[in-house]
Design a protein around this ligand. Structure first.
Ligand code: APR
Length: 254
């Protein structure tokens, strides 16, 4: 067992659990994290260079191509045991708030309802000029080996360029989701930080706020992060291994 023996009973007694997730939770679905090196056409960049308003303004085809490639990838992947365990946990504890930095939609596909998606979604692009939502064509986008530049679609209302529905570096987080996330971390009694490097603010401050408000913070990550010192427990393991085992220990099948 990777976690302390007291953790399952603590989980069983939790009234409000916050699960805060990052790219590591989707790693075992076959989706690279942001700290993994990019490959193919994008090998010469790092993710942070492509994920900015300036990059889109300078080279929209490169940036749209990258996000469409990622959308094509995630639509071909399936939620893993970690996503499913989080959806199951919502049925077990009196209250669960799922806060994610992921844009892949795998939590929803695993059955989690209304996650607070702090960094937006690959599946909800909108016009960069007038803000109108853009409906993507049905079906899977091509997944060109190594990636390809693609011209962004034009907005049907104003002709502006459609942009990915994600939050880029330097942009504000969606206000309502952020407010709900802050309220949840201030009133929860337990927070799981799962598969995030805890490097990107303001999202990364949420577990710190939870600890300051008196919640216990538990980190599930095979690597150490700057959050380690704040955590009551650091569980060094993969999300898809640890979370199902924790749920099974807390609520053994009769
Ligand atoms: N299970 C749990 N954690 C894992 C696993 C796994 N199987 N595999 C990797 N990890 C951990 C890594 O050790 C790392 O700490 O997941 C973390 C992934 O970190 P990042 O790639 O930095 O992802 P994240 O924290 O979600 O990034 C935050 O940065 O680029 C931006 O907007 C983007 O939302 C993203 C934000």
């Amino acid at each position: 067992m990777l976690f302390p023996p007291t953790l399952p009973s603590q989980l069983r007694q939790t009234r409000h659990l916050v699960v805060f997730t990052g790219a590591g939770v989707s790693q075992e679905s076959g989706i690279p994290t942001f700290r993994d090196a990019l490959t193919g056409l994008w090998a010469q960049f790092d993710a942070e260079q492509l994920a900015t308003p300036e990059a889109f303004a300078a080279d929209p085809e490169l940036v749209w191509g990258w996000y469409e490639w990622r959308r094509g990838l995630v639509l071909r992947k399936e939620p893993n045991a970690a996503h499913r365990a989080i959806a199951e946990l919502a049925q077990k504890v009196p209250r669960l708030t799922l806060i994610t930095q992921n844009v892949d939609g795998l939590h929803e596909r695993a059955g989690s309802r209304d996650p607070l998606s702090l960094h937006g979604s690959l599946h909800r692009p909108y016009c960069s000029t007038c803000g109108r939502r853009h409906r993507l064509p049905d079906g899977l986008p091509d997944l060109v080996e190594g990636g390809a530049r693609l011209p962004p679609p034009e907005c049907s209302a104003c002709g502006g360029l459609v942009r990915p529905g994600v939050v880029w570096f330097g942009e504000a987080l969606p206000g309502a989701a952020w407010e709900q996330a802050e309220a949840a971390v201030c009133e929860c009694d337990l927070l799981f930080s799962v598969g995030t490097s805890s490097l990107v603010y303001p999202a990364a401050q949420l577990p710190h706020q939870a600890a300051q408000s008196g919640a216990q913070v538990v980190q599930i990550n095979p690597a150490s992060t700057s959050l380690d010192s704040v955590c009551a427990f650091n569980v060094r393991g993969s999300a898809a291994q640890v979370l199902p085992e924790l749920v099974a220990c807390a609520w053994p099948a009769v």
